[in-house]
Design a protein around this ligand. Structure first.
Ligand SMILES: [Zn+2]
Length: 393
């Protein structure tokens, strides 16, 4: 994938590490595939890179964006183990609460999995496709290759200077700036192709159906197609090669396996994600990218079947977007949600709000009443009651 964490790689390196890297000899093994258990010589440029990444990783361990749920972390680690096999002990995974589609790999084996990816993967095989790609970057030491190439061209300081300049305005916490940095530090086109190739080989060898790798891209392309401003998609769609090329190449590669893996593990994936699912939907909603979210929810409903949460959150998009024709769509979605198992109680509050907007006080009172009956300790009880007592203007 594209690699926003590289803002941390280079941002974290700062001037001191630029000097350290510039001063280090290109020693140790030439950049090629690592062996299991690999640690670079500390005196080499790679050693310096790892040293600073290890320090960066310490700060990640304290980050409030890291999800620490033990069961979910165990689950993702298991997927990594299946893929990375002998290398699995060299890769550490951090699940980052960031609602965009991405995963990333630092040169020292620190892998990030973003929650936006977890919402978009339809099954374990799709998650494995992306993680396998990231493992490919690690195995082939792509960051080291980039650092060496930058130094040979004499522009390492320039690259770092740009990074520090943007970071210097105190904007590292600002997601759009993170994305600018991500684009600056993207891996090369050939490295992305190689990581795709390795990823699909690893997933098929681990038993996953390799065709799911191209399905990931097909879904993302479809999601983007719903966006009136496709450039707003951020990191992902600035990738090289293009999403279309990657989808096609991965499809061809999947069809070339003599004995491809077969597993999707859709149920197991769904189960592992269940405790997190509402958070993922809430975070997606907060992006206020309504056409994309609607398309995403449509893809999830089509692939996994529409459940109460997908229907409810589709209703939420219509309610919040509040465009012409959205109100009946919201009501229809909420009504579908109510017919499905495990419908969140909030559906009644949302219905009440939509009816209130429409000036239908009777329907609003009925829905709010139901909400408070089912959720007697609701912390918005007072607000809801005030809706009911305020006379219509
Ligand atoms: Zn990549």
């Amino acid at each position: 994938m594209n690699h926003p964490s590289r803002r941390h790689v280079l941002g974290g390196l700062c001037a001191c590490s630029a000097l350290a890297l510039a001063g280090c000899q290109t020693t140790g093994s030439p950049a090629g595939r690592v062996n299991a258990g690999y640690r670079p010589d500390l005196a080499s440029d790679e050693g310096a890179l790892w040293y600073f990444m290890d320090r960066e990783e310490q700060s990640y361990k304290r980050s409030r964006f890291v999800l620490r749920d033990a069961a979910l972390n165990d689950y993702v680690r298991e997927v990594v183990s299946r893929l990375a096999d002998a290398h699995s002990g060299d890769i550490r995974t951090y699940i980052m609460r960031t609602p965009y589609f991405n995963a990333s790999m630092a040169p020292n084996g620190m892998m990030q999995v973003w929650t936006g990816l977890m919402l978009r993967a339809q099954n374990e095989a799709q998650l494995a496709a992306v993680l396998g790609h990231e493992i490919g970057h690690y195995l082939e030491r792509h960051t080291l290759q980039r650092v060496r190439a930058a130094r040979e061209q004499g522009d390492l300081a320039a690259v770092l200077g740009i990074g520090l300049g943007v970071a210097g305005v105190g904007a590292l916490s600002n997601i759009s700036n993170l994305m600018i940095l991500a684009n600056l530090y993207a891996f090369s086109r050939d490295q992305e192709r190689q990581a795709d190739q390795i990823g699909i080989e690893l997933m098929s060898a681990a038993g996953y159906a390799p065709i799911e790798a191209s399905a990931v891209w097909a879904q993302l392309i479809e999601e983007r197609s719903a966006d009136p401003d496709p450039k707003s998609g951020g990191v992902l769609f600035a990738t090289h090669p293009s999403s279309e090329e990657r989808m096609q190449t991965l499809k061809t590669q999947a069809e070339s396996f003599e004995k491809p893996g077969q597993d999707l593990f859709a149920d197991r994936y769904r189960q592992a994600l269940a405790p997190l699912r509402r958070t993922l939907f809430d975070d997606e909603l907060r992006l206020r990218q309504y056409p994309r979210s609607l398309k995403l929810f449509e893809i999830i409903a089509r692939t996994q079947g529409e459940d109460a949460l997908v229907a409810f959150y589709s209703g939420e998009v219509y309610r919040l977007r509040h465009a012409d024709g959205d109100r009946p769509q919201a009501i229809a979605a909420y009504e579908r949600a109510q017919t499905l198992a495990d419908c969140p109680v909030d559906v009644h509050r949302s219905l009440g709000l939509v009816h209130l907007q429409a000036g239908d006080r009777t329907a609003a009172e009925r829905a709010f009443g139901e909400y408070l009956r089912l959720n007697p300790t609701a912390n918005d009880r007072q607000m809801i009651q005030s809706y009911l007592t305020v006379s219509p203007s």
